[in-house]
Design a protein around this ligand. Structure first.
Ligand SMILES: Nc1ncnc2c1ncn2[C@@H]1O[C@H](COP(=O)(O)OP(=O)(O)OP(=O)(O)O)[C@@H](O)[C@H]1O
Length: 547
């Protein structure tokens, strides 16, 4: 700071001395100019001394006086000139001295701030380059202006181009919409004909429900969704496996967001049961794929079982002026090939026999069959069955998901006018998980369970295969499950299977197996449905004979 102060002081001194010097110089120049002017004036004056070329009389007193005056004047002027010269020399001396002082000061400044000077020098070096760049700026500005003008014109043109493109795109979208609409109509028409064909041939209807990805599934690995549904074709389903898309065509595919209400739209089948047909709805799929959810549902959001029964009682109510109905239910589970009554508290073991009444119908001695008067009553019965299934499951090592659960509703109708009697039957089946033994890694008791489940599902598969191939021998007796389903799966009955699939990549193997099984089931023709009705002692239906 001291140095800076000193420097500024010195600078100030230098500036003052320079200023003084300049002032002095200016004064001196002024003086010189004045003197010159005076000199010029003097020169221009008529010479006071006339050079006498003539012989003058020196001796004349006037001449002598004039001469002495001229000499005096001359001396005065010479004196003045000398003085001026002296002043001039003195001033020159001063200027030289100031120059020296200024030079010294500059030296001092340079010694005190060499870096400042270097940066100044540096600035001096940079200055030309900067100047050059500055001079180049106007041309750059000109280029930018030209670019800007061209861009502006492009933007103006773009709005026209954009408008045309939008028009074109709209046309395209409309054409696409028309195409989609046509496609939808085609699909609907195909479905209608397919439905008619299914009705005629008595095919097992196969519905597929894709389980949504739940929060708990998201923690697992392989949670990529590989199953997709087609919003324009409700029969199509695509599974992506090993980079290949596999397409499946079923009777109806429910996307993951389908509600319980939507899935329960099997009302025509329920109505058929009241009309005297044997109807069977069963859920098939790997463990955890949502079979119980679809069939039983939860208390707040019931599944097919409850909704179907509600519809059944509504229908009965509507027909009460012409028909009277008796509805009875029974519920069993099959666990490790053992049949248990879900409506009896002790869950006693049961067996299947041929009815001794000679009709050839199957019969389970000791099975609790409860007559039901209303939907509210049946709701209570369903709750008992569910509770017992859970209780037995807890006693038997959490087997509930490893057992098949059957709810059988028998509807006996009497036509009040003609006295004709119908016998409808509705089997609602929640099968055990269909996963393969090797995948479950089961051992001991679990292996036995898995083998039994597999055996009964295999038996179901064999029955399906035999029905599909129109074989004369249908192997119903190979498992308790098929044995029980015999009078619903046989000829002349109406059957629907809900195949449950997971959409996650980790389950893709099981999903493909379930869908392949579903496609085989699709092809099973049970023949035109036969109504079980007795009119005045005659039975209209061809007996669905046991094996
Ligand atoms: N569509 C769905 N929406 C919401 N949750 C579902 C759906 N499907 C299944 N779940 C849930 O997934 C879980 C497993 O379903 P569920 O018990 O019905 O499977 P499952 O196929 O019956 O299994 P298991 O063969 O072991 O009996 C349950 O918690 C159920 O609530």
């Amino acid at each position: 700071q001291q140095q800076a102060e000193q420097l500024s002081h010195l600078e100030h001194q230098r500036e003052q001395s320079e200023w003084r010097k300049a002032e002095e110089l200016r004064r001196r120049e002024e003086c010189v100019r004045e003197l010159k002017l005076e000199l010029d004036k003097e020169r221009n004056k008529e010479p006071v001394v006339k050079y006498v070329t003539q012989t003058v009389e020196i001796e004349s007193p006037s001449t002598l006086l004039q001469l002495s005056e001229a000499r005096q004047q001359n001396e005065q002027l010479s004196e003045k000139l000398r003085n001026q010269r002296e002043r001039c020399r003195h001033l020159e001396e001063n200027v030289r001295h100031s120059d020296e002082v200024s030079c010294n000061l500059q030296h001092k400044v340079f010694k005190l701030y060499p870096f400042q000077n270097s940066s100044i020098a540096c600035l001096y070096v940079k200055f030309p380059a900067l100047q050059k760049r500055l001079s180049a700026l106007p041309s750059t500005l000109r280029t930018i202006k030209t670019d800007y003008a061209s861009l502006r014109s492009q933007v103006r043109n773009f709005s026209d181009f954009y408008g045309t493109a939008i028009k074109e795109a709209k046309k395209q979208v409309k054409a696409n919409k028309d195409l989609i609409e046509k496609y939808r109509k085609e699909v609907a028409l195909r479905r209608k004909y397919h439905e008619q064909l299914v009705e005629l041939k008595g095919n097992i209807r196969v519905l597929c429900r894709v389980k949504p990805v739940l929060k708990e599934d998201q923690h697992e690995e392989g949670q990529t969704v590989v199953v997709t549904t087609d919003p324009n074709n409700e029969s199509a389903l695509t599974v992506l496996s090993k980079g290949k898309a596999k397409n499946f065509e079923l009777d109806k595919v429910f996307h993951p967001q389908a509600t319980q209400e939507e899935v329960s739209r099997v009302k025509p089948l329920i109505t058929s049961c009241i009309d005297g047909y044997h109807v069977c709805i069963f859920a098939y799929g790997q463990t955890g794929s949502g079979k119980t959810y679809t069939m039983e549902g939860s208390v707040e959001n019931p599944g097919i079982n409850q909704r179907a029964l509600k519809h059944l009682f509504n229908e009965i109510e509507e027909r009460k002026d012409m028909w009277t109905y008796t509805v009875s239910v029974s519920s069993v589970e099959i666990y490790n090939e053992v049949l248990r009554d879900l409506l009896s508290k002790d869950g006693e073991k049961l067996d299947i026999k041929i009815n001794p009444d000679g009709t050839g119908q199957l019969h389970v001695p000791g099975l609790r069959v409860m007559e039901v008067k209303s939907f509210q009553h049946i709701k209570k019965i369903l709750a008992i069955a569910r509770k017992n299934r859970i209780t037995f499951g807890t006693q038997m090592n959490q087997h509930s998901s490893r057992s098949h659960a059957l709810l059988t509703v028998t509807v006996l109708g009497t036509d009040l006018a003609s006295g004709a009697k119908t016998t409808g039957k509705l089997n609602l089946v929640d099968l055990a998980g269909s996963e393969r033994v090797w995948k479950s890694g089961a051992e001991g008791e679990r292996l036995k369970e898995a083998q039994n489940i597999n055996r009964s599902l295999l038996a179901l598969g064999d029955v399906i295969q035999a029905l599909k191939a129109h074989q004369t021998h249908i192997p119903f007796r190979n498992s308790r499950l098929t044995y029980l389903l015999q009078d619903s799966l046989g000829k002349g009955n109406k059957t629907a299977m809900v195949v449950q699939v997971s959409s996650l990549e980790s389950n893709v193997g099981e999903t493909l197996c379930s869908l392949k099984f579903a496609q085989r089931v699709c092809k099973v023709e049970l023949g035109p449905a036969a109504r079980k009705i007795e009119t005045g002692g005659h039975n209209e239906s061809p007996h669905s004979s046991p094996e």
